[in-house]
Design a protein around this ligand. Structure first.
Ligand SMILES: NC(=O)c1ccc[n+]([C@@H]2O[C@H](COP(=O)([O-])OP(=O)(O)OC[C@H]3O[C@@H](n4cnc5c(N)ncnc54)[C@H](OP(=O)(O)O)[C@@H]3O)[C@@H](O)[C@H]2O)c1
Length: 286
C-alpha cells in the first residue's frame, strides 16, 4: 500500500547495486513511483558526469543515496538535491565511521568519503536518515567473496574474526521504512545481523544451505596477496583489499547492533535465512 507520507518520486542512486536493487524492488511492490539511477539503470546517472545530475533530481521528492566510494561527491550531490526540492534523504554509510580504530589506514585522518556524506546530509536542511551497516551477507554470494565460496575453498585473511553479517534485504527494508514513513528523521541506524559467526560457522552454514562443501582456509595477508597476484590482481590492490578486511581479523566486526529492531520493530534476518535464500537463487552453483 502506498504511504501518504512518502515524498515521490523516489530517486534511488546506485539502483543497480546490492542495496539499491532491493530498495527499488520493495518500493515498487508497495506502489511507490521510483527513479532507479546509475550508469546502467533506467535513469542514466554518472557520478563523474555532473550533466546527468539535474535530470534525475528534477522533481524528485526524496532519495536513497549509495555514495561513490572513490571520491567524496555526495556532499555536492546532496546540496544540488536540496536545491531541486528533495525533502528527504536516506544515506547509506558504513560501520566504523565514528571509530578511528575501526580502519585507521583509511579513516584515521578524518577524510573518509562516507563520513563526508554523513556530515553533508546532517547539514542539508532535508529530513535525513543514515544507515551504517556492517559487512553485507550478500558479499558471500552475489558479491565480492562469491567466487571464493563457489570454488569450495575460501582462502581469505579473516583470521578467526567473527562477523555479524547483515542481510541486504534488511538494509533495504530499513531504507524503505525511512523513505516512506514518519519517525525516522534525524536517526542513525547501526545495522547488523542477530548473531556474530566465526569463519567456520559461516562456511558450515553456507555448506548446509548450498548442499556442497565450502571449506575455510585461513591465510595470512602475505599468502592472500600472493594468491590474488596469481589470479591477475596487482599486489597493491590485493594489499588494499586485505587492509579492508583487517577489522574482521581484529574482532571489530562482531558487534551486534539494534538498528533493524529500532527501525522496523522486528529482529534482523538470521544468517541461516540469508543462506537459504541465496542457495535458492542458485548463486552458489559451481
Ligand atoms: N559491501 C559491504 O559489505 C558494505 C558494508 C558497509 C558499507 N558498504 C558501503 O555500501 C556502498 C555500496 O552499496 P551497494 O553494495 O548497495 O552498492 P554496489 O553493489 O557497490 O553498487 C553500486 C552501484 O553504483 C553504480 N555505480 C558505480 N560507479 C558509478 C558511477 N560512476 N556513476 C553512477 N553509478 C555508479 C553501479 O551501477 P552501474 O554500473 O549501473 O553504474 C553499481 O551497481 C559503498 O558505499 C560501501 O562502502 C558496503
Amino acid at each position: 500500500m502506498t504511504s501518504r507520507n512518502a515524498r515521490t518520486p523516489i530517486l534511488v542512486v546506485g539502483a543497480a547495486g546490492t542495496t539499491g536493487r532491493r530498495v527499488t524492488r520493495m518500493l515498487g511492490e508497495r506502489g511507490h513511483e521510483t527513479r532507479p539511477a546509475s550508469r546502467s539503470s533506467e535513469w542514466r546517472f554518472d557520478w563523474n558526469d555532473t550533466d546527468t545530475w539535474d535530470r534525475v533530481l528534477k522533481g524528485a521528492g526524496s532519495m536513497y543515496l549509495v555514495q561513490y566510494d572513490p571520491e567524496p561527491l555526495a556532499p555536492a550531490f546532496i546540496e544540488r538535491a536540496v536545491e531541486h526540492g528533495v525533502e528527504r534523504v536516506v544515506l547509506l554509510s558504513g560501520r566504523g565511521i565514528d571509530d578511528p580504530d575501526y580502519l585507521p589506514e583509511f579513516f584515521g585522518n578524518g577524510e573518509v568519503t562516507l563520513g563526508k556524506g554523513e556530515e553533508a546530509v546532517r547539514a542539508s536542511g532535508a529530513e535525513w536518515t543514515i544507515l551504517r551497516p556492517g559487512w553485507f551477507a550478500q558479499n558471500l554470494g552475489e558479491g565480492m567473496f562469491g567466487e571464493d565460496v563457489r570454488s569450495g575453498r575460501v582462502a581469505l585473511p579473516f583470521g578467526r574474526g567473527r562477523v555479524s553479517w547483515i542481510d541486504a534485504e534488511d538494509i533495504a527494508a530499513v531504507a524503505v521504512a525511512a523513505l516512506t514513513e514518519e519517525g525516522h528523521h534525524g536517526r542513525t541506524y547501526e545495522l547488523s545481523g542477530p548473531a556474530a559467526l566465526d569463519p567456520e560457522e559461516t562456511f558450515a552454514e553456507i555448506s548446509r544451505a548450498a548442499g556442497r562443501s565450502v571449506e575455510y582456509a585461513p591465510v595470512s595477508v602475505e599468502e592472500f596477496v600472493e594468491l590474488r597476484v596469481g589470479r591477475g590482481w596487482s599486489a597493491e590492490d590485493a594489499r588494499t583489499f586485505a587492509t579492508l578486511l583487517s577489522p574482521i581479523r581484529r574482532g571489530k566486526d562482531e558487534a551486534l547492533s539494534d538498528g533493524v529492531r529500532r527501525a522496523l520493530g522486528r529482529e534482523a534476518r538470521s544468517f541461516a535465512e540469508f543462506a537459504r535464500d541465496a542457495a535458492a537463487s542458485g548463486v552458489w552453483k559451481a
